[in-house]
Design a protein around this ligand. Sequence first.
Ligand SMILES: Cc1cc2nc3c(=O)[nH]c(=O)nc-3n(C[C@H](O)[C@H](O)[C@H](O)COP(=O)(O)OP(=O)(O)OC[C@H]3O[C@@H](n4cnc5c(N)ncnc54)[C@H](O)[C@@H]3O)c2cc1C
Length: 452
Amino acid sequence: MLTGSLDHLSDPSTNVPLPDQVDVAVIGGGPSGSTLASLVAERGHRVLVLEKDEHPRFHIGESLLPYNLPIFRRLGLEQELEAIGVRKPGVDFTTDDEEEHTHEIRFRDALDQAEGCDHAFQVLRSDLDRMMFEHAGRCGAHLAMNARVREVDFEAGDGVELEVEQEAARRRIRARFVVDASGRDCVLARRFGLQERNREHATAALYGHFRDVPRRGGEAAGNISIYWFDQGWIWMIPLPDNVMSVGAVCNPEYLRRRGRDVESFFHATIQRNRHAWERLSRGELISPITATGNYSYFSRRLDGERWLMVGDAGIFIDPVFSSGVYFGMHSAELGAEVILAELAGDRRASERARSQFRKRIRQGVNELAWLIYRFPTPAMRRLFLSSQTAFQIKPAVVSALAGDLYDNWRVRWRLRAFRLVFWLVSLADLPATLRSRRQRLKNARVEFDGGH
Ligand SMILES: Cc1cc2nc3c(=O)[nH]c(=O)nc-3n(C[C@H](O)[C@H](O)[C@H](O)COP(=O)(O)OP(=O)(O)OC[C@H]3O[C@@H](n4cnc5c(N)ncnc54)[C@H](O)[C@@H]3O)c2cc1C
């Protein structure tokens, strides 16, 4: 079994041979796949992680949430995360008005904050994903890079057969259970025809890395900055070595106007918020600008006999609140419970774990989706920029943005109260509310390309 560092894996020709048979085959070695593989392999099961790319590799999704940290702690990776990350104390939001209106949310102001959840980290995903993949190897998982899963066959008796392509050769591997952690490739949802575009929400993105973009002052230097503009919102995520990740999330129709010169289009987009441009124009672009199409989708089912989906392979809405990696890792924790119960042959424990898996994934996503869908509306801007804290509603919203979305009723009832306040503020400016709702529904009608 292969364990330890990736150095001997970076040259695919030195990859150790793939096993013929395993307990669990995981498609994809991103944060979700590596979390699940670590938690199942450390219990002594034979786990194989099949990754089509080679770590370290670029990936988008660089801003983490405070409630990610307990999962890293559970994996024993808290210190390693701290070593590669920039400390993220909060988020600041800025409007596109002439005069700068910025409001900062600090995670330490959250209601009933869990221990150690007063901050998060910003990371280069190439570092994070490699670290987590290696960790899965140290936990006992067999790791394979440049190994693309081409086909998954559920008709193969009481197991599953995967067809894997590595170095132009194809191999078949048997597994008792298969986990789809393939991110936006959504291998199983496509295979089963389960993928649906999100009809309420559609966005697309453009992004790149810059050097020497000024950071916020003092402790806020590690904040993620969010800027609204007429077609969407912009992020600035401070990364190590004075690199700033900058992206614009916009409606897909707007992105289609980009033409050939994506770089100029990107700069013109950032200029739509003069405060964002003031910062960005002092930096230097150090990567290509990438464009990503509409990526809001979900799978109608997340699990079945001998399979389940974790992370983006099952569902993804929108990156505005930096929840993707957290949701992916949490779904992997829940998925690991299902698999451990199945492998132990404990039917009742497996049913219980499956019901938790489905319930919590939907609950977390739905709670945040409500905020995400309304984020571009004038009413939400007003509420995000206000610092009023009646009934501690604002600290409860901060808790939700930190990832406290499941078990705390003190947070959850306040989020319901926040919805009520939102509707009242929306009614007070009905024409603007209706305009922004029409725009959102129009966006959601654009053709879906699964984010590719
Ligand atoms: C524009 C944008 C900005 C974002 N910003 C943030 C952010 O700031 N914070 C945040 O938390 N999230 C963010 N996200 C979301 C985040 O990128 C994802 O939620 C996260 O990466 C999901 O992790 P995962 O492990 O499920 O999938 P991935 O990280 O995508 O990993 C999937 C892995 O599977 C591999 N794979 C795919 N197909 C196959 C196959 N057939 N065989 C073998 N391997 C395969 C891939 O190579 C990949 O390594 C953003 C997303 C977008 C689109």
